[in-house]
Design a protein around this ligand. Structure first.
Ligand code: AMP
Length: 282
């Protein structure tokens, strides 16, 4: 397993693999890797000859008041995890390697990015689309792997690949959770012990909502109300949104009459956490 920090080094390695006729999987991450990331790496390793993991806290996808400075970082830990799961290359660039002076090109998207997290994080998806496009161009993978944990991001990437005729396959992987249900996230490290306990309202609300859908409730308002009431009963929790949207367009729907995504974002203290379920998975 190799760690490189420049675009040129990635290109050289990828070129060598291509000449050998090998297939390449890409797992884009912001590092501080956990079992959620590991599940993406495992999937890539099982489906490709070589797996590249990018490990880059992308400044462009953070708003001015967000946690760019405090976002956890630990390259030695990440390297051990990637190696243990059979990854072949970590791309760990400095921000200046990705955004040279005078950088002024962006990949932007309307509609899908104007709902859910896009409302409270207005610059987020522009940063995501731009960095993911750059990573696709640098690595030129056959397949790229994303978690359903970031369901809107997955929908946005699929849409971008389709809109812009990008020549690769996108795979969405299931949410990996802690034993008590909390979706694994690098941001869980921000939580105090009391907040960590309070954060269980997210996965509890997801279970509540998915049970209702499984049992046949199709009225979105009823599902949203039950989930919101459950979260509101936790004093440390503050709801950003609880919504049900069309799984492809991310636009709110009144009735679950097509593949839908139920997504929530909740502040636990100062930490903003997300969770979700796809109605097709219940
Ligand atoms: P991040 O490092 O948070 O940007 O995440 C990198 C990739 O890992 C994204 O595609 C995430 O959706 C995915 N991911 C993060 N947490 C989880 C999880 N708990 N289960 C599955 N995938 C995850």
């Amino acid at each position: 397993m190799k760690i490189v920090s420049t675009v040129e080094e990635v290109r050289r390695q990828v070129e060598e693999w291509r000449q050998q006729g090998l297939t390449i999987g890409l797992v884009p991450t912001m590092g501080y890797l956990h079992e959620g990331h590991a599940s993406l790496i495992d999937r890539s390793v099982s489906e490709n000859d070589r797996t590249v993991v990018s490990d880059f806290v992308n400044p462009m996808q953070f708003g001015p008041t967000e946690d760019l400075q405090t976002y956890p970082r630990d390259l030695a830990h990440d390297a051990a995890l990637v190696e243990a799961h059979g990854g072949d290359l970590i791309f760990h660039p400095e921000p200046a390697e990705m955004y040279h002076e005078g950088f002024s090109s962006f990949v932007d998207m309307t509609v899908l990015t104007e709902e859910l997290c896009g409302l409270s994080r207005p610059v987020h998806f522009r940063g995501v689309c731009t960095v993911v496009t750059k990573l696709f161009n640098i690595v030129q993978p056959d397949t790229a792997y994303f978690g359903k944990k970031d369901a809107q991001q997955l929908a946005v990437i699929r849409h971008m690949v389709d809109d812009l005729n990008m020549n690769l396959r996108i795979v969405g992987c299931p949410i990996v959770r802690e034993e008590d249900g909390l979706a694994k996230s690098s941001r869980n490290t921000y939580l105090s012990p009391e907040e960590r306990q309070a954060a269980l309202v997210l996965s509890q609300a997801i279970r509540l909502g998915s049970d209702m859908v499984r049992q046949g409730t199709t009225e979105c308002a009823a599902v949203i109300q039950a989930m919101s009431d459950h979260i509101a009963a936790q004093p440390l929790a503050r709801i950003d949104y609880v919504k049900i949207v069309d799984a492809a367009t991310m636009q709110p729907i009144p009735v679950i009459d097509r593949p839908a995504l139920c997504a929530i974002a909740v502040y636990i203290g100062k930490t903003r956490l997300i969770d979700n379920f796809f109605t097709e998975d219940v």
